[in-house]
Design a protein around this ligand. Structure first.
Ligand SMILES: [Zn+2]
Length: 316
């Protein structure tokens, strides 16, 4: 009796281990940004990566975008109170990811189909300043791009929302522009942690970081953005993302960009396998439209000066 019981337990363990190894290989096939298992091969293991609403894209010039008056300004909740949320910084070998551990950061408005909770943000960057962003604007590449990932609260959590076609996620994208020797102080507390997450798999906590200060959304800039329907830019490439790319950019110094380029894609201390060029090439639009939230390519300030000039020229 005891032997039968023991054999049954061993059999169960074998079956369990077999099924978990199958699950592990099905859920996370190795992928890279290089030539082996690189972006052109992702579709072999992750078929959705080969579908027709993929990201990133080359955004057309604003002159060729359609103005959509339903794209109202965004409302951000909790972004400027660092004491209200704890952050966890992780080097996952593909990027540096900052997760919101607890708290109640929310994004709504902006023409989004619902209210979205902020889950994490991460970056894509190049080996030098000629490339690095995932999206392009009218063919222009930027040295880095920030993605703030938010999930539709009606789906309960990030992993459930990530596969919901159309409206599961709302990702906010921002381009960085090099600013010479002038550091962006909004990034300092995050960059001070990079020594602790230099190798793949390393993780640390981050307190006192203000997401709102990092975003160029003060003084009414949250109302100028581009919108299209797309996907995750990494496998499994779910087509669940309402994409927003903001017109305003984030300045960053050359030495701060250099700190991103020292993070490693492996876990061997001080190896030269650094994370650079962790961007997916642009994907075909396939008939998708990119809309803009504003009618004119001139800023609000320029418009008011123009209006003032027109009024004065009539009076004089
Ligand atoms: Zn991303």
């Amino acid at each position: 009796m005891y032997r039968i019981f023991t054999m049954a337990v061993i059999l169960q363990v074998i079956i369990f281990c077999f099924s978990c190894s199958v699950f592990a290989s099905a859920s996370e096939v190795a992928w890279t940004y290089g030539e082996t298992n690189g972006p052109t091969q992702w579709r072999n293991s992750y078929p959705i990566c080969g579908l027709t609403s993929q990201s990133p894209i080359n955004l057309p010039d604003t002159e060729d975008m359609i103005f959509d008056p339903s794209l109202k300004p965004f409302q951000f909740s909790g972004f400027i109170n660092p004491q209200d949320y704890k952050l966890k910084v992780l080097n996952n070998g593909h990027t540096v990811k900052v997760s919101v551990e607890e708290g109640n950061l929310m994004v709504e408005g902006g023409g989004l189909p619902g209210r979205y909770k902020t889950a994490q943000f991460h970056f894509h960057w190049g080996r030098d300043n000629t490339q690095g962003s995932e999206h392009l604007y009218s063919g222009t590449r930027y040295p880095m791009e920030l993605h703030v990932v938010n999930y539709n609260e009606k789906y309960g959590n990030l992993s459930n929302a990530a596969s919901q076609a159309g409206d599961g996620l709302a990702v906010l994208g921002f381009f960085f522009v090099p600013n010479g020797n002038t550091d962006n102080s909004a990034l300092t507390t995050l960059l001070n942690k990079f020594n602790d997450v230099k190798t793949k798999g390393s993780m640390t906590e981050l307190t006192g970081f203000n997401i709102g200060f990092m975003l160029p959304l003060s003084s009414g800039n949250a109302d100028r953005f581009y919108r299209y329907s797309g996907s995750l830019t990494t496998p499994p490439c779910f087509e669940s993302v309402v994409w927003t790319i903001f017109e305003n950019t984030i300045p960053i110094s050359d030495s701060q960009l250099g700190m991103f380029r020292m993070l490693q894609e492996d876990d061997t201390p001080n190896s030269d396998h650094v994370i650079v060029d962790n961007f997916r090439p642009v994907q075909a639009l396939n008939g998708r439209q990119v809309r803009k939230s504003f009618a004119s390519s001139a800023s609000g300030l320029q418009i008011s000066f123009l209006a003032l000039f027109l009024v004065l020229s009539r009076l004089l």
